[in-house]
Ligand binder design. Structure first.
Ligand code: ADP
Length: 382
């Protein structure tokens, strides 16, 4: 494309098309300002019949805009094919469709959202932003599983990692916050939400992350168990006569904080409230959760060769002073010291929660995955 043919990208629609809902945000990228956001629910279950109908509802909600310059889409899995976000064309869609096996639940909905936009916003370019792309710089020693390599070669069984858009956003935000060039930045980023993951970032690039082939691995999460001995899974399946699909539900939807604390959904607020009332199961859930986060921070501090900062983000990382204290108080061996006052008053905003003499600063930085998608869309098209 010649320079003259390139259009200035101002208004960017960000679409997160899931299996039963479609979330959107509209940005003015000149000011990096959000103009609108919304959610269409119950797709195929009493609400709109499909993603195309859902998108028509979005167009209505936005008042039939004619000035959208580009659309950015959250796409779960780019496998090893997409190491960065990409402008969507026929070849890209064909490649994406081959990756549905990596996310049979999410990928069809993500791609359905792109196709709906192609139909409804005719001529408006679409960009796919992959949750896995940021982690594609991991070296083999971190990414591969120690099993017969034929499973990697034939089936692509390896660690991919997720939440890449969030880890990338807070990595860029950390460079700015700390006043360090991205290329020299060594940090551990902790995305702590309902789903949670850590990334080890060395010289601005991801060198390890805690999720794996799927988002099941790593930390203890709301309803996912995180790391577990594979043989334990086999034992349970055998003893209970479970199918792979049933076991998948058990590990992804009926485990984690929910299973240990007995709190439905494993919501951190409820678990903290129960623990404060002396509930032993909630207390154990919190300690297991914090232990695992601290354990990974220690490992990733080594992986990045000594972190310039530890970054906390996500619903829990940004808002829960109690959860943060439980993690940070376990990092004494790294010379990390919590500033209790700063921690207590930091909520939903950027701030340092460690003391001045802490060997590694601990920084809360709110994530913004939608803005990251809009930025990538502008970068690729603008
Ligand atoms: P998701 O992974 O679904 O995007 P979020 O990043 O929104 O999740 O995080 C949801 C988690 O954040 C829940 O466990 C919730 O309890 C927790 N959380 C949100 N706000 C607060 C708060 N003010 N205090 C404590 N925990 C909070």
């Amino acid at each position: 494309m010649s320079k003259a043919a390139k259009k200035k990208i101002r208004k960017v629609l960000v679409v997160n098309s899931g299996s039963s809902s479609l979330k959107y945000q509209l940005f003015d990228m000149e000011k990096e300002e959000r103009l609108a956001k919304g959610l269409v629910e119950r797709i195929g279950a009493g609400g709109p019949a499909n993603h195309s109908e859902a998108l028509k509802k979005v167009v209505e909600d936005l008042g039939n805009p004619k000035d959208i310059d580009a659309i950015g889409h959250r796409v779960l899995h780019g496998a090893e094919v997409f190491k960065d976000s990409v402008k969507v064309d026929k070849a890209v869609m064909a490649k994406c469709k081959k990756l549905v096996k990596f996310g049979p639940l999410h990928m069809p909905a993500n791609l359905g959202g792109i196709e709906a936009c192609q139909q409804i916003f005719k001529g408006v370019p679409n960009v796919a932003v992959f949750d896995t792309a940021f982690h594609q710089t991991m070296p083999d020693c971190a990414a591969l599983y120690a099993i017969d390599p034929k499973y990697y070669k034939k089936m692509g069984i390896r660690k991919y990692g997720f939440h890449g858009t969030s880890h990338k956003f807070v990595t860029q935000a950390a460079a700015e916050f700390l006043g360090k060039p991205l290329a020299k930045l060594n940090i551990v980023t902790c995305h702590l939400g309902n789903g949670s993951s850590l990334a080890a970032v060395k010289n601005g690039q991801c060198v390890d992350t805690s999720m794996g082939l799927t988002p099941l691995a790593g930390l203890v999460m709301g309803t996912r168990c995180g790391d577990i001995d594979g043989a334990a899974i086999l034992s349970i399946m055998e003893a209970e006569g479970l199918t792979p699909a049933q076991m998948d539900t058990l590990l992804n939807k009926k485990s984690g904080l929910q299973a240990v604390s007995g709190v439905n959904g494993g919501d951190m607020r409820d678990i903290c409230a129960n623990a404060a009332k002396g509930d032993k199961a909630a207390e154990l859930a919190l300690e297991m959760w914090a232990y695992r986060v601290a354990f990974y921070i220690g490992g990733y501090n080594t992986v990045v060769g000594g972190a310039d900062a530890i970054i906390l983000t996500g619903g829990i990382g940004e808002n829960s002073a109690e959860a943060r204290e439980r993690v940070v108080s376990r990092l004494g061996a790294l010379g990390v010291k919590l500033d209790k006052k700063a921690n207590a008053k930091t909520r939903g905003a950027a701030g340092v929660i460690s003391t001045k003499d802490s060997k590694i600063p601990v920084v809360v930085l709110p994530t913004n995955e939608e803005l990251m998608i809009a930025k990538d869309t502008t970068r690729l098209l603008g």
